[in-house]
Design a protein. Structure first.
Length: 243
């Protein structure tokens, strides 16, 4: 049997991302929500480009990880894993092809937020007759995009590990509230949140001012929430009997 080109696997998994009704609905909601959040924030807070771009992260942090989770758990929930892994027995290639589209979509969503925020800033400045603030730190912009990618990678890792969409979604979306509660449990809780809460450790990254100590904390949280669960999930998926 001839080897399936990896680019074809990526193309197939990208099509799967938007072929399902849930994927299409989430894509529409993401677009509408991004425009609504940026426009609403602009009208209430003023024409500040950097702030408006960051506002899109509210929707991204909720919807994009869910989209990633559904991508890597779909084979198991729809019971199509046997067909997929029969066509491409090297499961690691399939899993990699599944993880790439959500990450690329995240980068595209960040670019879309910028494209929306620029005209909204100009329009709001004209409507409010106020000077527009176009200042944007490129490091902060890249850091914000990287932070969004890391959050989606966390969703992918949990989806691969649990192979159960509802459980992965609940853990991913409730982690912010859980770490907020842990951070209030005294010095120990604050230390744990400072090193293990991905939302806390990515904050300096999105601000464009990551120091050495902050980079170490970010690395620890990425190790705990992305690298370890993703590695364990890949091993589990490769060894799982799908007969």
């Amino acid at each position: 049997m001839s080897t399936i080109p990896f680019r074809r696997l990526v193309a197939v998994e990208t099509r799967k991302l938007f072929d399902t009704r849930s994927g299409q609905v989430m894509a529409v909601i993401l677009i509408v929500l991004t425009v609504a959040l940026i426009a609403g924030r602009g009208l209430t807070a003023g024409p500040r480009l950097g702030m408006l771009i960051g506002t899109a992260g509210i929707g991204f942090g909720t919807l994009l990880p869910v989209l990633g989770i559904l991508t890597v758990t779909g084979e198991w929930s729809h019971r199509t894993a046997l067909t997929t892994f029969t066509l491409e027995p090297r499961r690691s290639r399939v899993l990699l092809a599944k993880c790439l589209p959500p990450l690329l979509v995240t980068v595209a969503a960040c670019l879309f937020a910028i494209l929306v925020a620029v005209p909204v800033t100009a329009v709001v400045a004209g409507v409010r007759e106020a000077p527009a603030d176009w200042a944007v730190d490129p490091r902060a912009l890249l850091g914000w995009t990287a932070g969004c990618v890391l959050v989606v990678a966390m969703g992918l890792a949990l989806g691969l590990l649990l192979q159960n969409a509802p459980a992965a979604i609940v853990i991913c979306l409730s982690s912010t509230m859980a770490w907020s509660a842990i951070g209030r449990l005294g010095a120990t809780g604050e230390t744990l949140a400072a090193w293990l809460d991905l939302g806390t450790t990515t904050a300096p990254l999105t601000a464009g001012a990551l120091t050495g100590d902050q980079a170490a904390r970010l690395a620890v949280s990425v190790l705990c929430w992305i690298i370890v669960p993703m590695a364990a999930g890949v091993v589990r998926a490769i060894r799982k009997d799908v007969a």
